[in-house]
Design a binder for this molecule. Sequence first.
Ligand code: F6R
Length: 366
Amino acid sequence: EKGGYDHFMIKEICEQPKAIRDTLKGRLDLEKKKVVLKEIGLDKEAIERIDRIFITACGTAYHAGLVGKYVIERMVQIPVEVDIASEFRYRDPLITENSLVIVISQSGETADTLAALRMAQKKGARVLAITNVVGSSVAREADDVIYTWAGPEIAVASTKAYVTQLIAIYLLSCYLGQLRGTVSGEQLEEIIEALVRLPGQAEAVLKQQTQIREMARRWAKWEDAFFIGRSLDYAVAMEGQLKLKEISYIHAEAYAAGELKHGTLALIVEGVPVIVLATQKEVYEKTISNLQEVKARGAYITAVAFESDQEIGKLVEETIYIPDTISLVAPVLTVIPLQLLAYYAAVERGSDVDKPRNLAKSVTVE
Ligand code: F6R
């Protein structure tokens, strides 16, 4: 059932182009350059009323939520808060009837996420779920559901579910932006075109597996690694460090690149591995200056950057290139090499990749 692959995790990583395609299917009107989400009951009037959005989830799904905050605020112009479900449910958040609460859960059964959903509904908010499992508890109880069509995810470490959660967020942001009039026709067209190109571009990233596997041999020897980035790259850095930790057991941390000098830079000495994500053009120069800061301390730097950015390769030890796209959708591509590096480092270290120690696929107790 692993279809010739050694592990479910690598099978699922390789299924991402299809998962993206399936999640986009039927939801883009390419003629009118619009997003169609027939499954959502939120109409124009209900959307006009929303004055605040909360996103809540756990683990990888929470990391998708971090991307969601940036994307929704940019496209829909409504303030968004993102919270880990186990924090959200106990902190008495200021939810009202005019709040939209988005819960993200691959399984749709995560205890804390489900409890957060119920709490939000009790406070009168409308809850929209992004989930991968039809008929799951979250799907049944939410007011609206956007399904991610990743197909069954067996490996404990989430990969294809994460990228489809991102796709669902882009679709939802376009949809809300269309109805609220906060996104121009041109912007929509640009995003839709970028979304359509993603499956093919994800294939192109996967073609670099041999090179990434080679790099992972070096990564496997590490005991600590730092992931840095700004804006959406920071959100992806969070996901990258979690993947590495949970399956390879290498200690890793993610930092907003500008935050390093407020403490963590003290740990950056000769040979310390730092992964720099540099895809966000709005903060590119700033990211490069943070790269220079760690370089000056002798860090061993791996960069993830766009193909068109050949300059960065001259500054660092190794670079993984991803196809060029707009900043907003870059996370879908940036995360793939990080998944592959975590996977191959874990294989190299002999971990039980699909069932890492102490972890369960579905966390139905808090
Ligand atoms: C990490 C991972 C977990 C889940 C988290 C939430 O790779 O898979 O962090 O993302 O347990 O699970 P769901 O999405 O099922 O609510």
